[in-house]
Design a protein around this ligand. Sequence first.
Ligand code: SAM
Ligand code: SF4
Length: 365
Amino acid sequence: MSLNTSAPRRRLALITEPSRRSRFEELPPVPSDFSPAPLQDSQGRTYRYVRFSLTDHCDMACIYCMPEQGEREHGLRPELLTEEEIVRLVRVMKPLGVRRVRLTGGEPLLRKALPDLIRGLRALDLDDIFLTTNASRLETLAHPLHEAGLRGANISIDSLDPQRFAQITRGASLDTVMRGIDKALEAGLLVKTNTVVLRGQNEDELEAIIHWAHARNITPRFIELMPLGEGATLPSQTFVPHAEMQRTLAHVLTPGNGQAREGAGPARYWSSQRDSAKKVGFITSVSEDFCGTCNRFRLTAVGEIRACLASRRALSLRDLMRQGADDRTLAWALHWSLLGKADGHAFSDPTEGEHTQVGMSLIGG
Ligand code: SAM
Ligand code: SF4
C-alpha cells in the first residue's frame, strides 16, 4: 500500500495559524494565599519536565505531521517566544520542580539563536537540556550546540531508504540527515532516534533500523502513529500497534517488564538479544497510554501553556509576560493550568475529536 503523497521536493512548511488551534481560558486572579510549590495536578501527577516548541516552521513536511503548504520565510517571527522569554519561564519553573527541558518544534534547528538559548538555559543549572530534531542542519550545528550545553538529541529517521525517506518527509535528503547524525555522535551528544511506524511505508524496516542504530551506539525508538494534526488524516490501516511491532521483533528483542522506563520519557524499553545493554524503545501513546504517569507539559511556539499534547486548552504565558506579569503570577498560571489537566488524551474516543485539531509542530512533538 502506498499513501497519498505528492512528489518529493524541498519545502519549508508552516502548519497553520496558531490562534485557530487554541481554546483559550482566562486566568483567575492570583489567590492571596498562593505560594509557589512543586507543580502537581488534581490527580497528584508531578511535573518536572517541560517541552518548548521553538517554532512551528519546518524544512520538512512529514506526511503524518505537516500539511502540504507553500513555502514561507523562516526565522524569528514577532509572535514567537523570544530566547529571553524562554529562559525567564524556565527560571520561574525551576523552583516549582522543573529540572528537564526539551527543545522541539517544528524544527528547532531553524531558530538562529539556538546556541545562545542553550547557553542561557545551561546557566540555570538544570539536570538536562535535550533537543528533538530532524537533523537537517545538525552537520554544522552539532558541535556548537554541544559546546553551548546541549546533552543529547532525539533524531527523527523514518526510513533508511533514500526514496522512502524522501516520500515520508516530502522531499528531504537522507544523506544530509545521516551526516548530521554522524556529527552529533562525533560531538559527543547522546543520540536516540524516533521512527513513526507506518504500515505500507516503513513497517518492514524495524529490524534494519535496530541494527543500524545499535552499530552506532544509538538507541532507536518506535512510535505509534498518533491521530494528531495530519496524523488524523491518514487511513486508519496506516497505524501499527506496538504489540504488532514487538511480535515482528520477537526474534531479536527480549521483552522489558512493561513498565520499566529509562530516563524521564514515555518510552518502554526492550533489550537486544545480541547484547542486553542495547535497548529499543516503544512509545505506545495510542494502544497503551501512559497518561497516568505523565510528568510533562508543553509550551507552544507562541508561548501558550498546554498541559496535554492532545488538548487545545491553552493559556498564553507570552501575553501575560508582555502585559507585565511578575514571576509570582507566572508561577500561579503554571499551577492553575496543570490543576485543570484532564486524566488522559481520549485518542480512542471518536466523539471527543479535539486532538485531531491539534498540530504537533506548534505544540512541540
Ligand atoms: N522536527 C523535529 C523532529 O521531527 O524530530 C521535532 C518536532 S516533531 C513534531 C517531534 C516528533 O513528533 C518526531 O519524532 C515526529 O516523528 C513525531 N510526530 C509528529 N507527528 C506525529 C504523529 N502524528 N504521530 C506520532 N508521532 C508524530
Ligand atoms: Fe518537521 Fe518534525 Fe513534523 Fe517532520 S515530524 S514535519 S521534521 S516537525
